[in-house]
Write a protein that binds this ligand. Structure first.
Ligand code: ZN
Length: 547
């Protein structure tokens, strides 16, 4: 699964199709941004492998377009032959959205003569929903396996019966070329784990069996860190079953990986000092899932449209994850680009002038890392020893409260590590204001989603404690004298609530604090012109291909 640092969307009411100027305004919500990575330490063998992987990734773009809608490939061809200014604006919008519908605007079409975006994509015949629904519910054996496979599509045979065809057959020609690129990369690399993954993945493209290569992906221990194949199921708007093609071609970020290792080494001690009753602490933390911090060189297909992915967890195959867990990949340079193009302008609008200059990417990203790690700390059962998970106990409130917990406990943990001298003292000045600015980035996209709701809860709690303040012009600020205690108190309250598993209390807390209050609305209203996200320009990849 992926997180894009936002979910719900700006609505634009359209009467008729957008003009050239309107299209440009739509696309300008994505600020063009160069994505770079430092390859100077990479041996020639790995650069050769990387270049082959970028070539493979480029091919997946056209496969993804064909998966979204059968009309896309010919539409792209005709758009690329239109030299008029309107034609160029349309092509740009098409490439950003991977199709003729604006993803930020409820999939409103922006080209003439196209149907509404088909929720079934090109995975199923448009008239087959009920028929497939029945097969999902009551199908058995091989049929059920075909229907629910990530890697099959449904078609009708000449007699009108549904048939299930593997990706390896439907996309055979293109996948053979992708496999060749992967094999080229496998022969180039000197890293055994990368060679193993790429060879296994190349085989999977023709066998349609992805399990062994998913395991090899989990076990990657390499400077070049590619994710390439059919993965996420969001594009299947009917059943979330069919995987779309994508690629993230990335390299390990050595400095951040070291920081992550430092933070991970502190987790048991943090757990032992959590501000909760000691019976709610874990005497021995379980092994946490692996996290990789990488820089993105190139992304394609499902990994490059509209709002850019900032981090993802894979694989999605539950048979596999029950046994092997998942791996989380965090795209540091993508997060930095979003920070520069979205978070800094937000900070300039909503923070008190004296605090704006304290906002820093290092504070932002260190907190993001800590947030991920803190999901693993604190109560996992409610009540402890009951074998009932916190998720079961808090049901519909769980996601918002767990996200709020990871956020606020992350902030608490950073303060502990600053106090211990594990993290630099300067971080203390920047981390609270950076957190405050970042709250508005999350809130901007509404409360319908766990991160937004959880963020509203935190903001209001900290305002009520006087840890955050609102001044003239709805400029927000941090009160350094009160913020540490308030962060510790909220960490205590949320973790205790998770341990007790009291759904009624959780409802009440979210009901009173999970709201946008007038001062917050006033600040959010100032953000209309701030970009929604970035449009990546893969300059390092292009340079690599040109070498
Ligand atoms: Zn989280």
């Amino acid at each position: 699964m992926k997180s894009a640092m936002l979910t719900s969307l700006l609505l634009l009411s359209l009467t008729g199709l957008p003009t050239e100027a309107e299209l440009k305004t739509q696309v300008a919500r994505f600020a063009p941004t160069e994505l770079k990575a430092d390859l100077s330490q990479l041996p020639a063998s790995e650069k050769t492998a990387l270049a082959a992987l970028v070539r493979a990734a480029k091919r997946l773009d056209s496969l993804f377009l064909a998966q979204v809608w059968g009309g896309n490939p010919s539409l792209l061809l005709s758009l690329s032959q239109d030299p008029s200014p309107l034609g160029k604006a349309r092509l740009h919008a098409f490439l950003v959205n991977k199709g003729p519908w604006s993803r930020l605007d409820n999939d409103a079409p922006f080209l003439p003569g196209v149907p509404p975006k088909p929720p079934e994509a090109a995975f199923y015949p448009g008239d087959a929903k009920d028929e497939i629904q029945k097969l999902i519910q009551s199908g058995e054996g091989e049929v059920k396996k075909q229907v629910t496979s990530f890697y099959t599509v449904a078609r009708r045979d000449p007699a009108g019966a549904l048939v299930w065809r593997p990706y390896s057959e439907v996309y055979a020609t293109e996948l053979a070329l992708v496999a060749r690129d992967l094999e080229d990369a496998a022969s180039a690399t000197a890293n055994a784990s990368l060679k193993a993954f790429l060879s296994a993945r190349a085989k999977a493209l023709s066998s349609n069996d992805y399990k062994a290569s998913d395991v090899a992906w989990m076990e990657l221990d390499s400077a070049v860190e590619p994710t390439v194949g059919p993965y996420e199921v969001y594009e299947d708007g009917w059943f979330n079953l069919k995987a779309a093609f994508e690629a993230f071609i990335t390299v390990l970020n050595v400095a951040e990986s070291q920081k992550l290792a430092t933070l991970s080494g502190q987790l048991q001690e943090l757990e032992d000092h959590l501000p909760i009753d000691h019976e709610y602490r874990n005497a021995k933390l379980g092994a946490s899932s692996p996290i990789k911090v990488v820089d993105e060189i190139f992304a394609s297909g499902d990994a490059n449209h509209g709002v850019q992915t900032a981090a993802y967890n894979l694989p999605n195959d539950e048979d596999l994850t029950r046994e092997k867990g998942t791996k989380r990949v965090m795209l540091k340079n993508v997060q930095e680009a979003k920070f520069q193009k979205v978070l800094l302008p937000i900070a300039r609008s909503v923070l008190a002038p004296k605090s704006q200059k304290l906002v820093s990417f290092d504070a932002f990203f260190t907190h993001v890392l800590m947030h991920e790690l803190m999901h693993g700390l604190g109560p996992h059962e409610s009540p402890p020893g009951s074998q009932k998970t916190v998720r079961e106990a808090l049901a519909s409130d769980y996601s918002a409260l767990e996200e709020a917990k990871a956020d606020i406990a992350g902030l608490w943990a950073l303060q502990q590590l600053v106090d211990k001298g594990v993290l630099p003292k300067e971080l203390e000045k920047s981390m609270y204001v950076t957190f405050l600015a970042s709250a508005f980035r999350t809130l901007r996209f509404g409360l319908n989603e766990a991160h937004g709701k959880g963020q509203a809860l935190q903001l209001n709690y900290l305002l009520d404690k006087g840890a955050f303040t609102v001044g003239p012009g709805c400029h927000f600020d941090v009160d350094p004298a009160k913020v540490k205690d308030a962060v510790r108190d909220l960490t205590h309250d949320l973790m205790t609530l998770e341990a007790e598993g009291d759904k009624g209390k959780a409802d009440a807390l979210l009901g009173t604090l999970g709201l946008i209050r007038p001062d917050t609305k006033c600040a959010l209203d100032k953000l209309g012109k701030v970009p929604v996200d970035i449009e990546p320009k893969f300059v390092t990849a292009e340079k690599l291909l040109a070498e």
